[in-house]
Write a protein that binds this ligand. Structure first.
Ligand SMILES: Cc1cc2nc3c(=O)[nH]c(=O)nc-3n(C[C@H](O)[C@H](O)[C@H](O)COP(=O)(O)O)c2cc1C
Ligand code: SF4
Length: 484
């Protein structure tokens, strides 16, 4: 992962620990409505892919255990990991693109209800993504993947050479010669692996995204409702399709790219279709980027515009992340796919304990405050969720007091200690296992290995507690019960 060159080390702490009485009277532990759905407290576990679904996207016992463990901490809301809305193979990513996924998802909802004593509201993050392939071996790339064009022939001065010989000649070129001969996207496919973009208007399936996606998202949301979820989070963040529509790098000329109001058009149309088809009692919101954190990408000013538009459209909540783009991802090794959390924007999304003068903990606070202020200034009252480096009560309470956000999202802190809300509320805040922001978990995510936390995965497992397939790591945090 990319790290700021300053390499300043930071240590997260439990901060000032409140008494049970103080916690009970706090903002963090007060209720809030996200549209039609009441959260009993303003704590939020954002989406985290734990790589526990089957290879064809079904809920497994391990998925159930994962969410059950978070639910025992009784946060206000849990957002289930990014879940694919299409009925296409997506590897071990959870899916909701067909009714056959409903039984597993229904069980998941029931498990969370039961484990949280009905206190935690459950949302699911709906994602669409475009094709991305692994970085190819150069030999295979030239033999099979590259489509030979007249431009290659012209560049080599070989108009009549048979394809096979042309491929062999291309394969023998030096890197600098190849850069001259290959088109930009061909060079990228060779160096990083092929990746589709929303601007690839030469392909009908990309051109048609605005016609197809509202229906796909709406059908997925209807399934989520059938399974018993309290709402959906439309994934408009990071490196995926909808975020790419919002991005300043979206230059589509069909009315869905370029100017701000065109870039936000499809996200609004998707929301409108989902809202139209979902029950009034079902919450619909989105997660998007307070800042893309890439050269030439959307800034906080763009995000302010989007936030006001989403609020006006009637979203029930807005959740803010940052960065996490392919645009500045590191070159993957041959045989691996690019991972959008390896560059500077990836660092902004999941900052690690080695940082710069700004530190890893508050990077999303000011952008979130600016977006929330603009929404309030425009008369919108949609609750805003801020996530990024939040790890203790003091910090969470400060964010709420300062108007940074209305709901506090904590991903890695909740992974490090899924009981941190409950411990804090009951006056046992001193027992919270504080995240060290090492990104060991994110490293596992990158390799599509079951995600665990280094603070608990080597602790002995009790009866009935599952381990990773190699038997080396426990899959969920050890149980915690309040002392009597
Ligand atoms: C293992 C892992 C998986 C993640 N998966 C998702 C995801 O599915 N969808 C999403 O929007 N963000 C995902 N994230 C990002 C988190 O939701 C969160 O925005 C990020 O970790 C920063 O918050 P934190 O500092 O509280 O951890 C993931 C993060 C981690 C560590
Ligand atoms: S592995 Fe655990 S301690 Fe390290 S960043 Fe992830 S959640 Fe925090």
């Amino acid at each position: 992962m990319w790290r700021p060159p300053q390499r300043i080390r930071y240590e997260a702490s439990a901060g000032r620990v409140p008494s049970a009485a103080e916690a009970a009277a706090s903002r963090l532990f007060s209720p809030i409505d996200i549209g039609p759905v009441r959260l009993v407290q303003r704590t939020w576990v954002p989406a985290m892919v734990p790589w526990r679904a089957t290879d064809d996207g079904y809920v497994t016992e391990e998925v159930i255990d994962w969410y059950e463990r978070f639910a025992r901490g009784m946060p206000g809301a849990i957002v289930v990991e990014a879940t694919g809305i299409r009925d296409v193979p997506s590897g071990p990513l959870l899916r909701i693109g067909h009714d056959r996924f409903l039984p597993g998802l229904t069980r998941l909802v029931e498990t969370v209800r039961h484990a949280s004593g009905g206190r935690t509201r459950l949302l699911i993050q709906l994602i669409d993504f475009l094709a991305i392939r692994r970085r190819p071996e150069p030999k295979k790339f030239f033999e099979r993947f590259l489509s030979i064009t007249p431009a290659h022939r012209a560049a080599l001065g070989a108009p009549d050479l048979p394809d096979a010989e042309l491929r062999a000649r291309l394969s023998a070129l030096s890197e600098s010669e190849l850069k001259r001969v290959l088109a930009e996207e061909e060079w990228e496919s060779l160096q990083f692996g092929f990746r589709e973009r929303v601007t690839d208007m030469q392909h009908a399936h990309i051109r048609n995204l605005p016609q197809v996606l509202p229906g796909l998202f709406a059908e997925a949301a209807q399934r989520a409702e059938k399974a018993g979820f309290d709402g959906v989070e439309l994934h408009y963040a990071h490196a995926y399709t909808m975020a790419s529509f919002l991005s300043r790098t979206n230059t589509r000329g069909d009315g869905y790219g370029g100017a701000l109001e065109n870039r936000v058009r499809l996200p609004l149309e998707v929301f409108a279709e989902v809202r139209h088809r979902a029950a009034k009692t079902f919450a619909v919101g989105c997660r998007y980027l307070a800042d893309e954190c890439i050269d030439g990408g959307s800034s906080v000013d763009d995000a302010v515009h989007f936030g006001v538009a989403f609020a006006r459209a009637g979203m029930d909540f807005i959740s803010l992340s940052r960065g996490g783009k392919f645009d500045d991802a590191k070159q993957p090794t041959v045989g691996a796919a690019a991972y959008p959390y390896t560059g500077r924007s990836g660092y902004e999304c999941m900052p690690q304990f080695i940082s710069d003068e700004r530190g890893p903990f508050g990077r999303n606070a000011e952008p979130s405050a600016a977006i929330r202020n603009a929404i309030r200034g425009a008369g919108g009252d949609v609750p805003v969720v801020c996530t990024g480096g939040i790890h203790n009560f003091e910090m969470a309470e400060d964010y709420l007091a300062r108007g940074v956000c209305d709901i506090v999202g904590a991903a890695r802190q909740s992974l490090a200690d899924p009981d941190w809300f409950r411990k804090t509320l009951l006056g046992f805040g001193g027992e919270v296992r504080v995240c060290e922001y090492t990104n060991y978990c994110e490293g596992l995510d990158q390799k599509h290995k079951p995600v665990t936390c280094q603070l608990w995965d080597k602790l002995p497992a009790g009866a009935g507690e599952r381990l990773t397939p190699d038997g080396r790591r426990r899959l969920t945090a050890p149980a915690w019960n309040p002392p009597r």
